[in-house]
Design a binder for this molecule. Structure first.
Ligand SMILES: NC(=O)c1ccc[n+]([C@@H]2O[C@H](COP(=O)([O-])OP(=O)(O)OC[C@H]3O[C@@H](n4cnc5c(N)ncnc54)[C@H](O)[C@@H]3O)[C@@H](O)[C@H]2O)c1
Length: 314
């Protein structure tokens, strides 16, 4: 049973703590203020109760899992004996650097992973005496459900530390991927951004509606991507020659790549204008999905749990 320290008990920290406790780690959840910790504790209990509701755990399991988490505003206590520190504080350099200075003092040998969505690991670790064990550990929200962890290297991150982090996450049934270079958005967000830019462009150029973008993704490639990644899908699509067989479509795809939009800034009013289209789409959803955001979120969560079960991730 490894001791994992989670720093910051907000949206991401509380979800990480749930995940580590569920996977039988001893967890220390640290925040600077008691009220923030209390919010974190409520979020953990909510997450565990949702697990009960979806049949992931039994009601009797809640207390022992919850008991694996110690809540503290004492950084020395939080870091004592930590194997891995998962930092989930505010996304600002001075705060993350100050947190790392405390980790240097109280847990100099622990692996340090920042949950940052967009800050540079090299910059976060630039004053650290132990930058070799510092790396990004970017979750997808909520980390207690989504298996992906993007591990990213800073300039001084050692391969040994990355290997240990990968082995740890694999041991708790997460799916780590390694971003070998500092890259804004890591891997998954860049793929999402590329797809969403084209989706925006299709709507603003009058090619299709907001609703049709969602239908096209959900009932087309999205269904396949929830099972296998785009390369593996092409491997199967290429026939007996595997992904090489996709060369049969090179003419069309070459023209397609050349035709994709390339703009670097979305229209400022995109989300404001998109709201009407989304509202219309919500009204037309089938009743089993629902029409309010609460109903739709519940549908998403129940489908996600089923998919995770099929992937042997829950
Ligand atoms: N929210 C997301 O969808 C998401 C997704 C992936 C990654 N992230 C990253 O996760 C990190 C946390 O984001 P969040 O959405 O949970 O933020 P949040 O604002 O919900 O939580 C931040 C927590 O940090 C605490 N805090 C403030 N100063 C601190 C300090 N000096 N030491 C320790 N804790 C401190 C706050 O009290 C708060 O509880 C960020 O780096 C963010 O980029 C967020």
């Amino acid at each position: 049973m490894k001791t994992i320290t989670v720093i910051g008990s907000g949206v991401i920290g509380a979800s990480w703590a749930t995940n580590f406790a569920f996977r039988e780690c001893e967890v220390r959840l640290y925040d600077t203020a008691e009220d923030a910790l209390a919010n974190g504790k409520n979020a953990v209990l909510r997450n565990l109760n949702n697990f009960v509701q979806y049949g992931v755990i039994r009601q009797d399991d809640v207390a022992p899992i919850a008991a694996r988490i110690t809540y503290t505003t004492d950084i020395a206590q939080a870091l004592e004996g930590a194997y891995l520190v998962q930092e989930a504080g505010p996304d600002q350099y001075p705060i993350k650097q100050a947190i790392l200075a405390q980790v240097d003092e109280y847990a100099p040998d622990a692996l340090f992973l920042s949950s940052t969505s967009g800050l540079s690991i090299t910059e976060i670790a630039k004053h650290s005496a132990h930058p070799d064990r510092c790396m990004g550990g970017h979750p997808f929200n909520p980390p207690h459900l989504i298996p992906l962890v993007e591990i990213s290297k800073g300039e001084k991150t050692s391969q040994e530390a990355v290997d240990k982090a990968v082995a740890f996450f694999e041991s708790i049934n997460k799916v780590p991927v390694v971003c070998k270079k500092e890259k804004l958005g890591f891997i998954a967000n860049r793929i999402q951004w590329a797809l969403y830019r084209e989706a925006i462009d299709l709507v603003i150029t009058g090619t299709c509606t907001i609703e049709d973008v969602d239908k096209a993704v959900t009932y087309g490639p999205g269904l396949r991507w929830a099972i296998l990644g785009p390369n593996m899908i092409y491997e199967l699509g290429g026939g007996k020659d595997g992904i090489r067989g996709m060369n049969k479509l090179s003419g069309t795809t070459a023209k397609g790549y050349a035709d994709l939009c390339t703009w670097g800034a979305k229209p400022d009013d995109w989300f404001d204008n998109a709201q009407a289209g989304v509202d219309e789409e919500k009204a037309k959803l089938p009743d089993f999905i629902g029409h309010t955001n609460e109903e739709i979120a519940k549908f998403r969560d129940s489908m996600l749990i089923e998919l995770l079960r099929l992937h042997h991730k829950l």
